[in-house]
Write a protein that binds this ligand. Structure first.
Ligand SMILES: C[S@@+](CC[C@H](N)C(=O)[O-])C[C@H]1O[C@@H](n2cnc3c(N)ncnc32)[C@H](O)[C@@H]1O
Length: 257
């Protein structure tokens, strides 16, 4: 497992809180009015299909996929607490505590795979992508979303009363010294994303993401940089404005040939 203990602990301890958050659309605005509509718009026809959701959290997406006509909808997550909540809420789906780097399913057992905002918690993306590739039947799709690498390339610079996210070279005209702020090209761990003692993400540049996808065997069919929905404008006008210019997430639609 390359998800670190601290991140898992955070999801275990906050499972109920996290669930309440994602089940309230006007609170989980990044889900409801940004990422989910873009993910759902990419779904293939799921009628009669067997589907897998990787890093399914409290199960909302598994339930959504089942309701699109899937015969069987399976969700896996590293957090046993979230899996417990998902199983209690959505008995129409199957849930299992499992690491996405070691899927306990037979080769070619699913017709479609899906993963929402989970892969950036692990260090070894090729491993997890290869596992999803292995359990999919040929001709099947895998749609996954993650942090957009542009977003976490920026360094947070604290000002008197606010934070600025910067990627720039600051050159002193007198001394000629240059200071580089931000780091796009190097894969690195972003610690305490939501403040002190929260979760850690991996920042992975686009070239490396595409290399991991290629190494796993997938073909990239489509890349989507979502735009926020109008409801976001009413609820969080500043976030809406920012998301028109700087993406927070990116979505990949992959094909196993
Ligand atoms: C931001 S949440 C997203 C949950 C869900 N996909 C959703 O959209 O509500 C990320 C999830 O990834 C899970 N996760 C992190 N590392 C994992 C791993 N190695 N294997 C499986 N799940 C993992 C976490 O437990 C958490 O539920």
């Amino acid at each position: 497992m390359s998800t670190d203990e601290k991140t898992l602990d955070w999801y275990q301890k906050r499972a109920e809180k996290y669930t309440n958050h994602v089940r309230n659309p006007d609170d989980a605005v990044y889900h409801s009015y940004y990422e989910k509509p873009a993910m759902y718009a990419l779904l293939p026809d799921l009628k009669g299909k067997t589907v897998l959701s990787v890093g399914c959290g409290s199960g909302e997406d598994s339930n959504y996929l089942k309701n699109q006509g899937a015969t069987k909808s399976v969700g896996i997550d590293l957090s046993s607490e979230l899996i417990k909540i998902a199983s209690q809420t959505y008995p129409n789906c199957e849930f299992k505590t499992m690491d996405m780097e070691k899927l306990e399913f037979a080769d070619q057992s699913f017709d479609f795979a899906y993963s929402s905002l989970a892969i950036h918690y692990i260090e070894n993306w090729t491993q997890s992508l290869s596992e999803v590739y292995r359990v999919l039947k040929p001709g099947s799709h895998f749609i996954f979303s993650c942090n957009h690498p542009v977003r976490f390339a920026a360094e947070v610079v604290e000002n008197e009363d606010h934070e600025i996210y910067k990627v720039e070279v600051f050159k002193n005209k007198i001394t000629k010294e240059a200071t580089i702020i931000g780091d796009y090209l190097n894969k690195n761990k972003i610690v305490d994303v939501f403040g002190e003692n929260t979760v850690n993400f991996w920042h992975v540049p686009m070239g490396e993401i595409s290399k991991c996808i290629y190494e796993a065997g997938f073909l990239i069919e489509q890349i989507v940089e979502p735009l926020p929905k109008e409801r976001m404008k009413e609820l969080r006008p500043e976030t809406y404005k920012r998301l028109q210019k700087i993406p927070e997430f990116i979505i990949f639609k992959l094909l196993k040939r």
